[in-house]
Structures are given as C-alpha cells and as structure tokens.
Design a protein around this ligand. Structure first.
Ligand code: PM9
Length: 463
C-alpha cells in the first residue's frame, strides 16, 4: 500500500476578532466618478469610498484589547507622564538605546535628526531612498546617494537580502567626497521602495566596520525593523534559534541611533520617536523637540498614545504575530503569481509590489503606468493601492525632469491584523481581472503638481 500523504497543516492568525468596522461596497459607475474627482490619485479618495484599503500599513493597524485598555491609563499631564517612562523603559529594553524623545510621527523624527546631523553640502548615503526621509535630508542641505546593491533595482532578482548596502559603492563615495562630508549613513530595513526587502546581519556588520574605520555615523530607520529581524531569522545562517527580540537588539547594537514611525511595527495609529546612544545628539534633539513637537516627555503625543506604543513594542516582537503578518503578504503574492501577474520578488514584508512596467507594457513611463494601474484596480473593485514609481520619485533638482526610476511599482500594503484571507482573495481576483483586460487601459497626464512629496497631492487626467 502506498504511503499516505501527510495532511497539510495550515497556519492561522494568533488572534480573534472582537470589534468590527463595516466597509462599503460601491458600483463601478460610483467609483468612476470618485476616482475622476480624486484626480486619479488614490491618496485623494475619501476613505468611505474604498472597499479594501491597501494604501498603507501606516497607522492603519488594529490595536489589541490590551493596547485599548492601556489607552484608558493615559496620564495626560503636560510634563513627566508615567506613560512616557514606561515607553522609555521599553525603548531601552527592546532597541537598546539609552536616550529617546517621542515625536508625533516618523517624519518629525526625520526632520529633527536631519537638522542636527547635516551641514549644507553634506552627503547622506542610504540603501535606496524613502520619500519623507530623503526630503528631510535634502531640506537640511544634503545630497542623498543611493548605495543599495544593484539587485534591488531588478524586480525579479531572487537575492534574499536586496536591502543590503553595497560596501564598494559606499567606499567609492567616501573616496570621492571624503568621510568628513558624509553626515551619516542612513540604513533602513526592510527597504520600503525596493519592495520591502531586508538587509542581512552580515551586511550590517560589514557596513558598521566600514563606518567605524572612517569615523562615519551609522543611523537606522527602524520603522519596520521587526520585519527585517523576521527575514534574518528565516534566511540567515545562525539566526534560526534566536528570538525576534534578540535579533532586533543585535541589529540596533550596530547603530549610533535610530528613528521610527511607530505607525507600522508598533501597531498604533499615531506616533514616532528618535533614540540614540549619543548623549550630545540626544541633548540637541530633546531641545529641538520642544520647538517643533512639544515637551520632550510627550513630543506631540497624548499620554494614551505613548501607552499604546509601549504596549505595542511588547506585542510587535511576538513571533506568531509577525509570522502571520508576513505570511499573509506571501499568500497574496503566491495567489497573484498563479494568475501570471508580475510582482517584485522575493515577496517583501509589508506589501506586494506589482511591476507596472511589465503589467502595462504599452504605457510609457511619462504616462505614469503605476499611477494608472493603481487607479484601474480601484475602478475594478474599490481596492485602494499606492503608486511607487516615477511620481513618488519626483523631479531631478538639476534637470527639472521626472526622475525615471527603474522600479515602476504599485504597492498593495497590508495593515496589521485588519484583513482576512477572504479580503486577500477578493483583491487577488480584482488584480488578475485588470491584468486580463490590461491592453484596453490608457495612461495619464499630470495636471497638478505640488512642490514637495508630489505623490500625495498630484492630480491627473485620463489620456
Ligand atoms: N511610510 C508608508 O505608507 C507612510 C507615508 S508615505 C505614503 O509606507 C519609512 C521607512 C516609512 C515611513 C512612512 C516613514 C515616515 C519613515 N520611514 O509617515 O511620518 O515607511 O510616520 O513616517 C509610509 P511617518
């Protein structure tokens, strides 16, 4: 008798649903009007006109009952709230940074650190750019230089750590401009714009050694650091038996400081912070925060927000939770591949990135294929996604032309603990249907362009 095939054992989310929020289904005719009124920009849609909202995982996560219970313990004193001290303890415990200042969200921390570390004319090398990070570096007078490995610019390259910095590119820059002109090396993990791709611990060690040799500061955008830690555990030799908390702490030990948008890993709706082991930087940051955010013991946040963040830190390192989050994204990617939809590989941590260049081959980049595709998916089903291509990249300050990025992507981003597998199936079927009818799709022209971070507010018309 042939041996029986073992029964497949599936995974499931380590939580059950206690509160539900109704969502609205609309007709195609309704959506045609809504997207036209929004200038074919999904950021300008009203949320109530969206069926499944995969715009971002930023501030859109479902908090736990423990976090909500903590909100009632908010100490709303102007100064010295007990929630601040609890959060400070957890920043020390999990990120290993002795000093910290809260901020209202990530870009506020980016603003402060850029103003402190950058002198006009400096350079900031990084593993690909993030929109708000780069803007604050540029506003402080720096030139951003991309030193990510070449594989990151290739959507189908299967390198397991496409978020790595290429040490040779970094050395070349140091040789060219001199170490003194490098304000700091800015390392993010996983790399959002590359498709949620992680860096390896080995690469971090190498970059740290290089920075140490040249006395260059190394700073961390730790917004989704736990996802990076999960990939290290899954893919890098020697980390299989370590906990997410241990890997996170080891990662942070290589950096002088870090900034965070707490709206992602930390499972809250608002918040951020800056943390460092450099006392001088801390002193300046805690002084600047009172100018731009609020007193250094609340930084633009309510006491209840800090309590939810402190509790969120404890939940974000739980293995089952992070695993369910990343496997949900993987499930979506694998279903899309079954329909032949082109996506960025390997599948990233927080989102599926559709390769709009391949998806809409007949639309040239100056007609915004990713922006077009994002609008088409909304039209098909009410699923909201985001452009991550030429619109997000903005213009070249020297030539004034669009920056024609290699990657022209649409991001389907998964809020943590919000959607079920059925929502993913509906999304996959919608994207597959747009793919089947792709040849009929026409591109867009930009009719309004704001000066900064144009992807948020630009408006388009159908060609
Ligand atoms: N990321 C995201 O959707 C929200 C704004 S852009 C659409 O991915 C990193 C790696 C981020 C990030 C925000 C910020 C800024 C910094 N670093 O949005 O200001 O992904 O809290 O954080 C968004 P804040």
């Amino acid at each position: 008798m042939a041996a029986k095939k073992p029964i497949k054992r599936s995974w499931a989310e380590p939580f059950k649903i206690k509160v539900v929020e109704p969502i609205k289904m609309t007709t195609r005719a309704y959506r045609e009007q809504a997207i036209e009124e929004a200038g074919y920009n999904t950021f300008l849609l009203r949320s109530e006109d969206v069926y499944i909202d995969l715009l971002t995982d930023s501030g859109t996560n479902a908090m736990s009952d423990r976090q909500w219970a903590g909100m009632m313990l908010g100490d709303e004193a102007y100064a010295g709230s007990r929630n601040f001290y609890y959060l400070e303890d957890n920043v020390r415990k999990y990120y290993g940074m002795p000093h910290f200042v809260p901020t209202h969200q990530g870009r506020a921390a980016e603003h402060i650190i850029s103003r402190i570390l950058i002198k006009p004319g400096d350079f900031v090398p990084g593993n690909m750019y993030f929109t708000t990070t780069k803007l604050h570096q540029e506003l402080a007078g720096a030139t951003f230089v991309d030193v990510i490995v070449d594989e990151a610019h290739d959507p189908v390259n299967a390198h397991p750590f496409k978020g790595n910095i290429d040490p040779q590119k970094l050395e070349d820059l140091i040789k060219k401009v001199g170490a003194k002109k490098i304000a700091y090396v800015s390392m993010a993990g996983p790399v959002n714009m590359a498709g949620g791709q992680p860096f390896s611990m080995n690469n971090l060690r190498e970059v740290h050694a290089l920075c140490k040799k040249h006395k260059i500061r190394l700073w961390f955008d730790a917004t989704r650091a736990c996802e990076n830690a999960f990939f290290i555990k899954e893919r890098e030799k020697g980390y299989q038996d370590k906990t997410i908390a241990q890997i996170l702490k080891e990662m942070c030990s290589h950096f002088e400081g870090l900034w965070i948008s707490a709206k992602k890993d930390l499972l809250v709706n608002i918040g951020g912070f800056l943390a460092t082991r450099d006392e001088k930087v801390y002193e300046e940051a805690s002084n600047m925060v009172v100018v731009y955010e609020g007193l250094h013991t609340y930084g633009g946040l309510a006491g209840r927000d800090m309590e939810a963040m402190a509790r969120g830190i404890e939940e974000m390192v739980e293995y089952d939770g992070i695993r369910a989050r990343i496997k949900q994204v993987e499930y979506c990617g694998k279903q899309l591949e079954k329909y032949g939809v082109p996506i960025v590989k390997p599948i990233g941590g927080h989102a599926i990135f559709l390769d709009a260049r391949k998806f809409l081959k007949h639309i040239p980049q100056n007609q915004f294929p990713a922006q077009t595709l994002s609008a088409e998916i909304y039209l098909d089903s009410g699923v909201r996604s985001m452009e991550r291509g030429v619109v997000s990249a903005g213009r070249d300050p020297e030539t004034g032309d669009h920056k024609y990025t290699e990657l022209e992507l649409v991001r389907l981003t998964f809020p943590r603990r919000v959607y079920t597998q059925a929502h993913i199936d509906v999304t996959v079927e919608s994207v597959a249907s747009v793919h089947e009818n792709r040849k009929k799709v026409r591109g867009l022209k930009m009719v309004y362009e704001p000066k900064y971070l144009r992807f948020f507010q630009a408006r388009f018309e159908k060609l």
